[in-house]
Design a binder for this molecule. Structure first.
Ligand code: IPM
Ligand code: MG
Length: 356
């Protein structure tokens, strides 16, 4: 079992170190190799995704990823910005299926900005298509307009685009995931305005016919954003495109009050995967030893489940995380009066102890 460890920038190195500690405490044998990615790789090698890092990721069974990005890179040309590393990994590894669970932990109900009764027991799964849509549509960039009312003016554009096979494969992923849950899929689109998403809706409906046991409904993205804060527990599996999935998954994550708790998995057709916390590099708290490592530790559990086929070990980690929460240990982001505030490394060590 070969794991490429790519900590990245900001809090990435601190949180990934804790997940590695937890993996090492299992009695399994992994081959783990670390490489630079994002701004850290740009600083050292002049590119956010160096050849060697990409090769390491391609040859591994799974990638454990921290986070990339820092404001100091905002003025670089786009191809050199840290975010291009994660986009490049997704594209090169074909990681089209992104699983972003939003789960409300019983002990953290009070951390949400919504009323406890709205989110207690919340368990939804956002499935985001990750290698198509406006994120990867060509052409893009700046030019001078040659037609229309504003001919001669500068303009910038991005192209929203999906092919039938791209929509079909993510629809299959969603329906199959729903079969293991409560047999419901909500497909989110903007078919009332965008051709791309009328097509999305039609193709998802076609595939849905192969899953008569799964109930499918369609929702416009603006309404979905509203329903997520109005009555989030109405959702179960949500499937949507790259851009809407980016936005709705942040919204859903924050409903739980603890984005520092939420893992994610990005899989390709052969179950090779990249596993990363749902949150970003948080440069404002980097180096302070206060970041919450649990999302990354839970991402390592997803890695064991989906790519390495070690279900028992995945469950051990998840149970250990629940145990430290029951013990009352909290990093600052999830701290509340009456609980015990701990730092990043202490939290990692507590999970390792709880494994036993
Ligand atoms: C995410 C992030 C990325 C995205 C950025 C860092 C490129 O926001 O994984 O959700 O937009 O996909
Ligand atoms: Mg995002």
């Amino acid at each position: 079992m070969k794991i490429a460890v790519l900590p990245g920038d900001g809090i990435g190195t601190e949180i990934v170190a804790q997940a590695v500690k937890v993996l090492e405490a299992l009695d399994l044998s992994f081959e783990m190799e670390t490489a630079l990615v994002g701004g850290a790789a740009y600083d050292a090698h002049g590119h956010p995704l160096p050849e060697a890092t990409l090769r390491l990721a391609q040859q591994a069974d799974a990638v454990l990823f921290g986070a990339v990005g820092d404001w100091k890179y905002d003025t670089l040309d786009r191809p050199l910005r840290p975010e291009q590393a994660i986009l490049g990994l997704r594209k090169h590894l074909g990681l089209f299926a992104n699983f972003r669970p939003a789960i409300c932990y019983e002990q953290l109900v009070g951390a949400s900005s919504l009323k406890p009764e709205l989110i207690a027991g919340l368990d939804i799964l956002i499935i985001r298509e990750l290698t198509g849509d406006i994120y990867f549509g060509q052409p893009r960039g700046r030019r001078v307009a040659t037609d229309g009312l504003f001919a001669g003016a500068e303009e910038a554009f991005d192209t929203m685009r999906y092919t039938r096979p791209e929509i079909e494969r993510i629809a299959h992923v969603a329906f199959q995931a729903a079969r293991k849950r409560s047999q419901r899929v909500t497909s989110v689109d903007k078919a009332n305005v965008l051709e791309t998403f009328q097509f999305w809706k039609d193709v998802v409906s076609d595939i849905g016919k192969q899953y008569p046991d799964v109930a499918l409904d369609h929702m416009y993205v603006d309404n979905a954003a509203m329903q997520l804060v109005r009555e989030p527990k109405k959702f179960d599996v949500v499937v949507t495109g790259n851009m809407f999935g980016d936005i709705l998954s942040d919204e859903a994550a924050m409903l739980t009050g603890s984005i520092g708790m939420l893992p994610s998995a990005s899989l390709n057709a052969t179950n090779q995967g990249l596993y990363e916390p749902s949150h970003g590099s948080a440069p404002d708290i980097a180096g302070k030893g206060i970041a919450n490592p649990l999302a990354t530790i839970l991402s390592a559990a997803m890695m064991l489940r989906y790519s390495l086929k070690q279900e028992a070990a995945a469950q051990r980690i998840e149970a250990a995380v629940k145990r430290v929460l029951v013990q009352g240990l909290r990093t600052s982001d999830i701290f509340s009066p009456g609980t015990t505030r701990v730092g990043t490394a202490e939290m990692g060590a507590a999970v390792v102890r709880a494994l036993a």
